[in-house]
Each structure stands twice: as C-alpha cells, then as structure tokens.
Design a protein around this ligand. Sequence first.
Ligand code: CTP
Length: 428
Amino acid sequence: ILKNRNVLSKMQENLNKKILSLLKNIGAAAEEMHYKAYVVGGFVRDLLMEKDNYDIDIVIEGDGAKFAVNYAKKHNAKVFVHKKFKTAVVSFDDGFKIDFATARTEYYVTPAAAPEVVESSVKSDLFRRDFTINAMAVRLDGAQFGLLLDFFMGQKDILDKKIRVLHSLSFVDDPSRAYRAIRFAVRFGFEIGSHTDRLIKHAESLDLFSRIIGQRQFLELKYILAEDGYLFALQLMNKYNMLRFYSTKIKYDDELINKFKRSEHLLNWYKIQFEEDIEVWRMRFNILFFPEKGENFISLIDKFELSSKEASILKDDHKYMEYAVSLFKRYKDHKPSFIYGVCSNLSVESALALAAVMGESKQDIIKDYLTEYKNVKIDLSGQDLIEAGIPKGPEIKKALDVLLKAKLDGIVNTKEDELLFIKNEFGV
Ligand code: CTP
C-alpha cells in the first residue's frame, strides 16, 4: 500500500460528474490563489470504499474562509463564515453545501475550552482527526489533482476492516469519538482495533464520557440509532458500559432485543402499507427510553438541550405512549372508538414503538388503528350541524366527537345516518 498514490481513475469511475467537476473547480480556484486544497475525511474514506458520499469537506492550506468567500462569489453561492475557527460553509441554490476549513493544528488549552486555531499543514490537520480511515486527504489543486495522502495507514485499516485511533490521547481530546468508533464499526462491519478498544475502556474507567455535552450525547445516539446495525451498536455500548450515560434504566437484554426485533417487523409492515419513510431513529429512541417514567424522562430530555420543537416531539411521543399503555391496561373493552381515543395523539414513530413494547397481543390493535381508524372521517361538517340546529360553540365540537365515535363503532355509516343520529342524540 502506497502512502501517496493517485486515485484520479477511482474518482472518475466512482464520483458523479457534478461532484467531480465541483472538485476540479475548487482545485483550479485554489491554484489561482496559490493555495493547496484537499478533500478530506469521510468523503475520501467512502471514495476508497466505493460508497456514495455527498458531504464534501475541503481543507485549504492558506486562509480557508477567504477562499470560501471568493469561491462563493464566483459561483453565485451563499457563504457563511465562522471567523474564529477560520471555517466557512458555502451553499448553492439547489441546497448543496460544501464545508471549507483552514488546515489547522488544534491546541486544547483545557479539555473544555474551544481549541485555538493556527494555520498549519494538512498533515497536522489530519493528525487531529478521529480514526485512520477518516484521516486521509485527496489533493485538488493543479497537476496533483487526485493525489491521495495517507499518512496514518488508513488504506491498510480499510483493508483490515479496523477502526483505529491515530494516537493514545484521541478519546481524551474528544470522548464522543468512542460513540463514533461504534457507529463506523457497525456501519462498515469493521472491528474496533485492540489498542483502540483498550483506550475506550480506559476512557470509560476515567469517566470521560460524562464530560460529553448533552447535545453531542444526543446526536451521537441519534446517529447510532439511524444505522441498520444499531442493535449491534447497542450491544457494543453495553459492553463498554456506555449506555449508563443515557439512562441506568436501559437494560440490554433479551427483552429489549425482542422489542427491537418486533419493531423491525412492524417497520417493514408500515413501509409496505404506506410507502412512506418515517424517522426510524425516533421509533428506536422511543423503545429504548420507554422504561424511564414521566418526570425522569422529561429531565433526561432536558439534559440533551434540544430545540424546544425537537424536545417537545420526543416528550409527546413518550407521554402518549405511557398514556396508551395505562389505558390499555385499565380497560379491557377495546371498541374502535376506545382505541382511537387512546391512540389519536400518537405519531407513527411512537405508535410503532408502542406496538413493539406492548408485545404480540396488542400489535394488531395498533395496526388497525394505523390502517383504519386513524383515517375515519365523518361526512357532516360543522356547518351542516349548525344548519341541523346544534347551537354554535362547544356543542359543535361535542357533536362532532360523538359522531366520530359512532362512525368508528359502525353505528352510523352514511351522511343520512349521521344526520339522523345527531337529531336523536341532541334532540334537534
Ligand atoms: N472528526 C473527528 N472527530 C470527531 C468528529 C469528526 O476527527 N469527533 C473528523 C473525521 O475526520 C471525520 C470528519 O471530521 O471524517 C467529518 O466529520 P463527520 O461529518 O461527522 O463524519 P463523517 O466521517 O463524514 O461521517 P458520516 O459518514 O457519518 O457523515
């Protein structure tokens, strides 16, 4: 394996035309400014593994932010500069984005402080990254276009199927990398290298993971739960005793595994029925955290410091799942109108999670709700009711509710039925 080799033909074979010409453009623009430009990180990893990746991270030897501003002007794109970090994001009209950074060496003054940034060469930029497979670059400027830089044996580790850190302090610099190690391991079917494995265990014993800020903790878990191999990832998190940082109520045992397996069947069923995608990670998140009750769940979500919108989606999912479970336990008569009342506030993500946690016996009920009851509509409108003599105001809502119940339970079917029913019930 060569440390430096030309991967131009690999790029021509595997990248789509748009990406390839974009990279060439960037290279040409860098040359004009007498800068060196590289595409780095996950993009290069996926190029070598022949997997699609549209997240382009560019590192400039020179002033990356200044380069991005020029580049954006030339291509009629918008640019957002982060002065302190000398980075920039360029976004095109079609929504496509490119990240630009200045090759840098970071000095972590203290573990919690923002790193100091100084201009530096691409080698030290790569050296501060997480894993060997993510620490390669491809040169873009001038005649060197397509030259792969692999200082840390990333190519070898792709061949060996290993996740390896670049140095022993990697998890001290950034403990969230341990979650990334697990994510990449399950995504690619790689093994965590033995030294890296020891470093994760060491980081756990030093309690480094409790230093990860809430938002980052949440994101890492969300990404893990979005992977097809999430169940194996949870098993690894369990092995490293890393689940406890989320909740001590999470028990990675057969019961949990069975819930997740049921959820996968339910998910397939849902996709076939409705041909629509759902937020799979959220369904899994709902299952994972269901053992946390009420207030505890709320404070757990608050620790993640999410946007108020995202936080309330997760809190609502959990609240309505708890509500449904308690009502299903309390009442044995499961008329359609009852099921509708219990389930009507559930999102699809929480309804499927609910079906998975309640087990086989209740699954069909939730399926019936999603395929049938959820879509039942009455034919009469509020205006029809007013014309039929129901007084304006809260009475209308009450009448609509009663009518929907009757329709769900098959007591009324047609619009005429509905009108008769209302006249009887409300004496109008
Ligand atoms: N990186 C790092 N340490 C982190 C996060 C990121 O060193 N804690 C580096 C890695 O080199 C990574 C690059 O920054 O390749 C970009 O990060 P990100 O976009 O999160 O990762 P990708 O490798 O692109 O992963 P994905 O395919 O999931 O987007």
